[in-house]
Every structure is written in structure tokens, then in C-alpha cells.
Design a protein around this ligand. Structure first.
Ligand code: ZN
Length: 172
């Protein structure tokens, strides 16, 4: 019996003020040109961004337009699958559909060659994770790699010395 099929609980005064109502939303996203190229790239184990022709910043995934300059993005750029952890959180709260064992780490990673940071899972003991930590992507094997960010299972520490603050302070 699901929570939705249980009768609503009444408060002491006999009024119903709360019910549990599961919500589900199915939707389809049309990726567009820039994101389609990026998604095809991840199936081939490549991280493709685009460089703005005005400010020269590289965004991964590409956005079609530069959020700083408001112009269309220029050349396609492949960035590395290594990067620096700029900020992170340790997840301790269970939720439906969770696949990671608690506690786990989720962070923002500035990939080498990119001027923004992307979100992803970090596979490392939470007590060892720190800003500036160097990471590398752990890819799903090519034969089962989806056209999504799930093509990367998670990021793991490289063991390199931490990146200096000045190298990533703009990507928090
Ligand atoms: Zn720009």
C-alpha cells in the first residue's frame, strides 16, 4: 500500500491539513546543436566545449551563447577529463532513487582547459575531500556508455598535489 492510498490524517480538531501526494513528471529535452555535439562526444570519451570569440572563455558543456558576452560561441574545444575540485558538499540525507551509499560527495569540478565548472559525483572518503583536490573522470566502458553525464561514473583523486587557490578561485 503506497502512502497515497492511505487515508489523510486528521489533526486533533478533526481538520485535514496535510496529505502525502507523490508527484511524477515525465519530460523530453531536445538537446540542440551544441549540446548534441557534447553528448556525442561523451559517448566517444571526449569532453567538448566551445570558446567564446569575444572573451575567449571555454564552456563545458557548451551553451550555444556566451553567458558573459551574450554572443554566439565560436570554435569547438576538447578539454581534458582531469580537473580541480572547486567546491563540494557531503550528502548525508537519504532520498528516493538514491544509488550512492551515504555519506558521499558531490562537487563542482573545473576541468583542465575549461572556464566553468561542472557538477559530478566524487568517489573519495568524505573526510579526505578538499577544495583544490585534483581529480580525473572514471568513464563507463565504451560499449555501455550513454549519451549523458552518466558516461562518467564519477571523478576520483589523481594523487597530484592540490591546485593553488588562485587557479580555481573564479570557479566557485
Ligand atoms: Zn564571452
Amino acid at each position: 500500500m503506497s502512502d497515497a492510498s492511505k487515508p489523510a490524517k486528521k489533526d486533533a480538531d478533526g481538520e485535514v491539513r496535510r496529505i502525502k501526494a507523490p508527484v511524477k513528471l515525465d519530460y523530453t529535452v531536445t538537446a540542440g546543436l551544441a549540446l548534441s555535439r557534447f553528448l556525442k562526444g561523451v559517448t566517444a570519451g571526449k569532453l567538448l566545449g566551445q570558446r567564446c570569440g569575444v572573451c575567449s572563455k571555454v564552456y563545458v558543456p557548451p551553451r550555444g551563447g556566451c553567458p558573459t558576452c551574450g554572443v554566439g560561441m565560436g570554435e569547438q574545444v576538447e578539454v581534458k577529463d582531469t580537473g580541480t575540485l572547486t567546491t563540494f558538499c557531503i550528502v548525508n540525507v537519504p532520498f528516493e532513487g538514491q544509488t550512492m551509499k551515504l555519506p558521499y560527495v558531490y562537487g563542482l569540478i573545473a576541468l583542465d582547459g575549461a572556464d566553468n565548472a561542472l557538477h559530478h559525483l566524487i568517489l573519495a572518503p568524505p573526510e579526505e575531500v578538499r577544495m583544490g583536490m585534483r581529480l580525473r573522470a572514471e568513464w563507463v566502458p565504451p560499449e555501455s556508455r550513454p549519451a549523458s553525464m552518466e558516461a562518467i561514473r564519477w571523478f576520483v583523486p589523481t594523487g597530484e598535489p592540490d591546485a593553488p587557490w588562485d587557479s580555481y578561485k573564479e570557479h566557485l
